[in-house]
Ligand binder design. Structure first.
Ligand SMILES: Nc1ncnc2c1ncn2[C@@H]1O[C@H](COP(=O)(O)OP(=O)(O)O)[C@@H](O)[C@H]1O
Ligand SMILES: [Mg+2]
Length: 297
């Protein structure tokens, strides 16, 4: 069995993807698969013939074309099987505004928001109350995100976010705890509570050892936990995700989960959140990788 591990890419999450890719490569070798590594820094066209020789591509890309459906659609056209969501789901999930719309329509909680499109600079935020979160609509890793306390900070925050994306999301800040739920092969895994040393789970807290505490399973009343896991799985299905995903929520002071986003290609280093969630229910990293591979084959 030959597995191609697709990693790197050219998104702002390139370095994280290289780490996920390496961890997956090691796991595949330990599982006895033959592994070929592909870095799609300039897309996948230059190695499209070689990639057709593998039995399966493990897509370890985060953000950009690797997560927005472009690469999954190309793999599809090449007739190569791949892990993770297809184009249809990826296009929706990379877009926080569109996924929030669907989630809201189906009566799940998501913070109130407005979307600011390419040529708009003057948002109508009269229906939102401060503090607000301003973030690029389709970025990951908390890049270009600000929390603002009043009107005077709006423009600066939009300007920052516009460095990363044409479309900007302005959202109510949900006071409370930070949680995420791993979904693997049609099942919800234990909730991870994230306790960053900064006010939010920013880039530094995400990727610097020691800056964040992770508690899994999260200390949440059992009945509430079950409900949150159920909601996460329902959202995964609603957005038509495949094989695995990770759903981010804020848990407010009444233990109500507010959907922030779903990640179709969550981090896959051994210490990333989805592997943490899996391991809390006895699924070690190699078994997790193998489960995803077998599901995708
Ligand atoms: N509405 C919100 N209320 C409170 N914190 C938020 C909100 N939106 C984002 N955050 C904080 O910013 C982090 C990143 O936001 P998220 O929407 O998950 O985008 P991404 O992970 O794709 O950068 C969250 O994990 C959380 O710590
Ligand atoms: Mg997130």
């Amino acid at each position: 069995m030959r597995i191609g591990v697709l990693m790197g890419g050219d998104s702002s999450e390139r370095n994280v993807s290289l780490k996920s890719g390496l961890a997956i490569v090691n796991a595949c070798r330990e599982l006895g698969y033959k592994v070929i590594e592909f870095d799609s820094k300039e897309g996948i066209d230059s190695f499209s013939e070689e990639i057709k020789t593998v039995n399966l591509v493990f897509n370890a890309l985060h953000g950009g074309d690797g997560e927005n459906g472009t690469i999954s659609s190309k793999l599809n056209n090449l007739g190569v099987k791949y892990t993770g969501s297809n184009k249809e789901a990826s296009v929706i999930c990379i877009n926080k505004h569109v996924s929030k719309e669907i989630v809201k329509k189906n009566n799940y909680l998501t913070p109130d928001w407005v979307i600011l499109n390419k040529d708009e600079n003057d948002p109508d935020i009269s229906n939102l109350s401060f503090p607000l979160v301003v973030k690029p609509n389709s970025e990951g890793s908390t890049i270009g995100l600000s929390i603002i306390q009043n009107e005077s900070e709006v423009m600066e925050a939009i300007k920052l976010a516009k460095n990363y994306d044409d479309n900007i999301l302005i959202e109510s800040f949900i006071k409370g705890r930070e949680i995420t739920v791993g979904i693997i092969d049609g099942k919800s895994y234990p909730i991870v509570e994230i306790i960053p040393s900064h006010e939010i789970y920013d880039y530094e807290c995400k990727y610097t050892k020691g800056l964040t505490d992770y508690i899994c399973p999260a200390e949440i009343e059992e009945k509430t936990s079950k409900t949150i896991q159920k909601i996460a799985l329902e959202i995964h299905k609603l957005l038509k995700c495949r094989h695995y995903s990770r759903v981010d929520f804020r848990l407010d002071e009444d233990d109500k989960p507010w959907f922030l986003e779903i990640n179709t290609h969550p981090g896959m280093t051994e210490t990333s959140l989805l592997p943490k969630s899996a391991s809390a229910s006895g699924l070690d990293f190699n078994s997790l990788v193998n489960k995803i591979i077998n599901k995708a084959l």
